[in-house]
Design a protein around this ligand. Structure first.
Ligand SMILES: Cc1cc2nc3c(=O)[nH]c(=O)nc-3n(C[C@H](O)[C@H](O)[C@H](O)COP(=O)(O)OP(=O)(O)OC[C@H]3O[C@@H](n4cnc5c(N)ncnc54)[C@H](O)[C@@H]3O)c2cc1C
Length: 315
């Protein structure tokens, strides 16, 4: 049970681009935002080196550097940035209750959820090694495809996103090999057709990834298993893209908010509003389509403006 109860005008849960952008706007609107960083301070971008598509940085910026800047900007206007993560919520009453680390109980007039999503990986140790090295494993073709221009890459996945990403890569890369674990795509027929018709995409059905190959620093290929013949073979590649889905960090909200079948929060279209008054959502927690820093930041801005108008209307 709670040791303390604190009253908060605007609580922001999560410290990615969505959360910090919401905080900048909320702080400048005098909403006295309190932001809890969660287990990954700075969010997903802290796991990447080069961010080249964040406007205003013509030479690019590292993910950690970018997030330090966003935090500093939010704090400059008075955001109270804290360690800790939300472990439970109760959105059933007029005041929204949120528990931090199962200990601190917060009574909030408004809540902005910006808890993001986590990319799923295969879990192979070689995959994790090159992911952590920044050496050629990625879960985001739009973010990292550009680094593999005119090169050969492998992508694993079978859904609509995998097809979308394979097609995106095919426009940049010399050759894209797509490994599909089963004998069938999960993607819609139209998406499947699109990759099948693309000349520089080779589709290998019923193939598993056995290992990501490399020289210790960077990826040089992928070892695949043909499950029909039980043969393994190596594919040359400098990039390995994983497109097997994302998991939104929304479990604690499921009893109160409308979620889709994957767990993404369903907002009211064109706004950041959820089905609960005074609870708003921004960033990847509600976005399975764009999943970019700039769109997360844009919706963070929307959430702060929607929260500000909600609070003003209550006064
Ligand atoms: C390797 C990689 C490279 C990428 N490169 C690019 C790129 O170059 N350009 C680009 O635009 N996008 C890139 N992206 C995508 C981009 O990182 C995301 O779209 C963006 O970070 C989403 O922002 P967000 O604020 O919604 O959530 P996130 O960045 O996912 O942050 C979520 C935050 O919520 C916190 N949190 C979660 N649960 C709780 C809880 N219960 N309580 C408190 N806090 C919680 C976490 O600690 C974290 O701080 C990349 C992603 C990855 C994984």
């Amino acid at each position: 049970m709670s040791d303390t109860i604190e009253r908060i005008k605007c609580l922001i849960i999560g410290s990615g681009p969505a959360g910090y952008t919401a905080a900048i706007y909320a702080a400048r609107a005098n909403m006295k935002p309190v932001l809890y960083q969660g287990m990954q301070p700075g969010g997903q971008l802290t796991t990447t080196n080069e961010v080249e598509n964040w406007p205003g940085n013509p030479e690019g910026i590292t993910g950690p550097e970018m997030m330090i800047g966003l935090q500093a900007q939010a704090e400059r206007f008075g955001t109270d940035v804290r360690d800790g993560w939300a472990t439970k919520v109760d959105f059933s009453g007029g005041v929204h209750r949120v528990w931090i680390n199962d200990q601190i109980e917060l009574h909030c007039e408004s809540v902005i959820i910006s808890t993001g999503a986590s990319a799923k990986y295969l879990g192979l140790s070689s995959e994790q090694h090159y992911l952590q090295m920044g050496g050629g494993v990625s879960a985001c073709a739009v973010c990292d495809g550009f680094f593999y221009r005119n090169q050969e890459v492998v992508i694993v996945g079978a859904g609509d996103s995998a097809c979308e990403e394979a097609h995106y890569l095919s426009k940049l890369c010399k050759k894209v090999t797509m490994l599909v674990r089963s004998e069938k795509f999960r993607a819609s027929k139209i998406m499947e057709e699109r990759v099948r018709k693309t000349e520089n995409i080779t589709i290998l059905m019923n193939h598993d990834t056995v290992e990501v190959l490399g020289d210790g620093q960077v990826v040089t290929g992928v070892r695949a298993l043909n499950k029909t013949t039980a043969e393994t073979f190596d594919i040359e590649a400098t990039g390995f893209f994983v497109a097997i889905g994302h998991k939104p960090n929304t479990d604690i909200f499921k009893d109160f908010l409308n979620l889709d079948e994957t767990g993404y929060i369903i907002g009211i279209p064109g706004t950041s509003k959820t089905n609960v008054e005074g609870v708003f959502v921004a960033g990847d927690a509600a976005d399975h389509v764009y999943r970019q820093a700039i769109t997360a930041a844009g919706t963070g801005c929307m959430a702060a403006l929607d929260a500000e108008r909600y609070l003003a209307a209550k006064e």
